[in-house]
Ligand binder design. Structure first.
Ligand SMILES: [Zn+2]
Length: 279
């Protein structure tokens, strides 16, 4: 899928319906600048929320503010980060892999739109299950849930996640003591019910090391916005400002594609050409 409009694999559950359409802002220099200037000290969930809130125009028929971006499920947020990466830098990316066998470093060519996306189950974002004779309704974790967990220990994070995601037990809000007393197998049951209903974006790729020939799974980081480089971005703005004497504001209003087109023309008239390109 290309362009600004995307269909979420899950969707934002609001007022009893699912908002599955989202729309990115037009990628102008101003949007890129907002993304480049984001505070990188934020923890991962807060950073992803800030990025998506800056880059998205709408989710469903309402503006995409931080609160609504927070309320998207984890897979929707990953999917949106992936689509944003493709908007900024194209569908083709090079994945750097460090071979787990011979330690060689190699690059793998990957097309982002080829990555498999598992759709949500019909009851998304809720799953119902029976555990030890009791009926549970659980909700797929969101960005807000991840943000809440922060730097808690693994056990405490799990308890907080269960507290957020268990909606009811036999029709009643869950008691804290009930959640604390859940057995390991009950927790695994909840986890697997959530996996069934949750969408998922493939985050591993089977690769073959060109040095030793061993197959292995390479991890993909969907949250890494590798296409944004502060220096190169401002270098482009500087080149246009020096050449055409446009104001910074006017240059930042240009869509990225148009800015690149002018850069290309300036380079051509200066006799510079991209590697491998005919003069
Ligand atoms: Zn190897």
């Amino acid at each position: 899928m290309h362009g600004l409009a995307v269909t979420l694999p899950g969707g934002l559950a609001e007022n009893g319906s699912l908002q599955r359409q989202a729309r990115f802002r037009r990628l102008t220099g101003k949007v890129e600048q907002a993304l480049i200037d984001l505070n990188t000290d934020l923890d991962r969930p807060a950073f992803v929320t800030a990025v998506l809130a800056a880059a998205l125009e709408r989710i469903g028929d309402q503006p995409a503010d931080s609160k609504r971006v927070d309320d998207l499920c984890v897979a929707d947020r990953q999917y949106l980060m992936l689509r944003l990466a493709a908007l900024i830098d194209g569908e083709q990316v090079w994945l750097k892999v460090n071979c787990g066998h011979c330690k060689a470093l190699f690059d793998v060519d990957l097309s982002l739109d080829d990555l498999p996306v598992k759709p949500a189950g019909p009851s998304f974002p809720l799953a119902t299950l029976r555990i030890e004779g009791r009926a549970l309704v659980v909700r797929v974790p969101t960005g807000a849930d991840q943000a809440l967990i922060g730097t808690q220990s693994e056990r405490e994070a799990m308890m907080m996640l269960l507290q957020s995601c268990i909606q009811s037990v036999d029709g009643q809000p869950p008691a804290r003591e009930y959640i604390r007393a859940l057995s390991q197998s009950a927790i695994e049951g909840i986890d697997s019910a959530l996996d069934d209903v949750s969408p998922a974006v493939c985050n591993q790729l089977l690769v073959v090391c060109p040095e030793c020939g061993n197959k292995q799974q390479a991890d993909l980081d969907h949250y890494a916005l590798t296409g944004l480089h502060k220096y190169f971005f401002y270098e482009e703005v500087h080149t246009l400002a020096s050449h055409y004497h446009w104001s910074e504001a006017a240059i930042l209003d240009l869509p990225q594609a148009r800015r690149r087109l002018y850069i290309d023309m300036i380079n051509r008239s200066a006799g510079l050409h991209a590697p491998g390109e005919a003069p």
